[in-house]
Design a protein around this ligand. Structure first.
Ligand code: NAD
Length: 267
């Protein structure tokens, strides 16, 4: 029988129309949570995400449209979700990537990556954490990256944003550490730091390493550069860790950053 330990709880997963976010939304839905889906995409992609979340077990799921580059749109989204059902679980997952040397990085890409991958999490946490503390239970799971812990060339805004979200999460973890109780579950803030995960985000980096070969050749070349396990992580495996962090018994796991990277950051 499925353990629906999130029954009666509401989760917002940003960027859940695709990839890791959609997989996390499905894991939380399987545990019984109501899901606020957020993310870009056409109506068919949004409908497919809502359908997947409902099939996974969510009794109620809605799409909340906000372009996370826009703080006013984020505020409107947070107010809309609060009116629907206050947020118990906040997963800041939405993110974009652009690779170029620092000197050649377009200023617009810097601004967008900092806005989506870092500032959006500040805006959503600022809105959601006080309510979580008042109710004695809350979970913030921020999807950082190995690039929140170490750097790579040609990813200046991405590495800056991901290091930033690791720091931001530590501050929030400290400020809310004493909220709630062991019985209520407390309020925790953690980061998951994946290495390579098989999603659309990394397709351009696979493509760049094909050298005329197959997609598999590109995958092998990409993984071999950094990830000693030589295998990519599946989005659902990140979903399983996110769901575990939401359990009551994880009440004292806070301010941590969990690498899921096949040994990348151990080197
Ligand atoms: P993805 O491209 O499959 O999904 C990104 C999601 O973010 C989509 O739902 C998209 O609509 C949403 N999004 C993008 N811009 C947005 C905006 N302006 N407003 C609202 N939503 C927006 O990517 P993914 O690989 O699933 O990445 C998810 C997170 O995981 C990102 O933060 C990424 O940095 C992180 N991550 C991914 C990998 C990997 O290997 N795929 C590794 C480490 C970390």
């Amino acid at each position: 029988m499925t353990d629906t330990f999130l029954s009666g709880r509401t989760a917002l997963v940003t960027g859940s129309t695709s990839g890791i976010g959609l997989a996390i939304a499905c894991s939380l839905a399987e545990a019984g949570a109501r899901i606020a889906v957020n993310g870009l995409g056409d109506q068919a992609q949004v409908d497919a995400a809502l359908d997947a979340v409902r099939k996974a077990g969510s009794e109620d799921a809605r799409h909340f449209n906000a372009d996370l580059r826009d703080p006013d749109a984020i505020a409107a989204m947070m107010a809309g979700i609060d009116a629907w059902s206050p947020i118990d679980v906040l997963v800041n997952n939405a993110g974009i990537q652009h690779t170029a040397s620092l000197a050649e990085m377009p200023v617009g890409k810097w601004n967008d990556i900092i806005a989506i991958n870092l500032s959006a999490a500040f805006h959503t946490m600022r809105a959601a954490l006080p309510g979580m503390a008042a109710r004695g239970y809350g979970r913030v799971v921020n999807i950082a990256s190995v690039h929140g812990l170490v750097a790579s060339k040609e990813k200046a805004p991405y590495v800056a944003a991901k290091h930033g979200i690791v720091g931001l999460s530590k501050v929030a973890a400290l400020e809310y550490a004493a909220a709630g109780s062991r019985d209520s579950g407390g309020v925790t803030v953690n980061c998951i730091c994946p290495g390579w995960v098989e999603t659309p985000l990394i397709e351009p980096q696979i493509e760049a390493r094909r050298n005329g070969g197959s997609r598999d050749d590109g995958v092998r070349a990409l993984v071999a550069e950094k990830q000693p396990s030589l295998r990519m992580t599946l989005p659902a495996e990140i979903g399983a860790l996110a769901a575990w962090l939401c359990r009551r018994e994880a009440h004292n796991v806070t301010g941590a950053s969990f690498p899921v990277d096949g040994g990348w950051t151990t080197q």
